[in-house]
Design a protein around this ligand. Sequence first.
Ligand SMILES: Nc1ncnc2c1ncn2[C@@H]1O[C@H](COP(=O)(O)OP(=O)(O)OP(=O)(O)O)[C@@H](O)[C@H]1O
Ligand SMILES: [Mg+2]
Length: 247
Amino acid sequence: MQSHSETILKTSRLVKTFGANQALTGLDLEIKAGENFGLIGPNGAGKTTLMRILVGLLRPTSGSVEVLGLKPPHPSIKSAVGYMTQGEALYPDLTSRENLEFFASLYGVSRDKTRRRIDELLDLAELSDRRESLARELSGGMKRRLSLASSLIHEPRLLLLDEPTAGVDPELRLAFWEHFKELRQKGVTLLITTHHLDEAIRCDRLGLIRNGGLIACGRPDELLARAGCATLEEAFLKFASGRVHDE
Ligand SMILES: Nc1ncnc2c1ncn2[C@@H]1O[C@H](COP(=O)(O)OP(=O)(O)OP(=O)(O)O)[C@@H](O)[C@H]1O
Ligand SMILES: [Mg+2]
């Protein structure tokens, strides 16, 4: 297990604008090694933009960002970070196995390891019997499982999961969260976005994001206590309305 004191990810006054549109408005965030951190917030709040900056796909307009002590895009970040995007990231005309092989080659995973990881991950994703099915022929939930498996092929230390359980049935959502727990126990740090607040409550810490900035951050029980609410939905609304002042 990794030490909880090591900072894995840090942003400071992070701003990203697209023309006149401000996606991130001075976001301060710090995540420690081994945490399962949940980011929740409404559509357009800036969650995906943050993830794209963390992996180096977008450059910040201003402010600073560090991932594993390095400034994105840095080649060492790529080999240590897994990213499950919000949209479809699979190659529809490749089979399940070929998709995993392709992601392994992108990350420079050795042939022997690729073979072993593919067997492990297809088993984990319960897709061993769909090994030779084309990705486009898989159901929505199967595609999410294969996307998650793809993001894990190189055994990343930090995993960025952008709405991994969107459109996923309740049973599979539970299975995903069990798996996130196992990854965390292995020392993997997770940053997960979700609109399912019943899931978010399972995170070690939560950041509530709105209009491109964090309006509250803390352990789920702390946030509920601070807002004086029984549910995260109520707490979020209260923080969003400014009736609670996050110290
Ligand atoms: N490439 C882009 N060009 C222009 N505007 C963009 C681009 N990407 C994001 N935005 C804008 O930035 C803002 C934040 O979008 P983002 O995708 O980060 O939100 P989100 O929190 O992930 O939302 P959702 O919950 O719907 O996925 C939105 O107003 C969006 O329209
Ligand atoms: Mg998004």
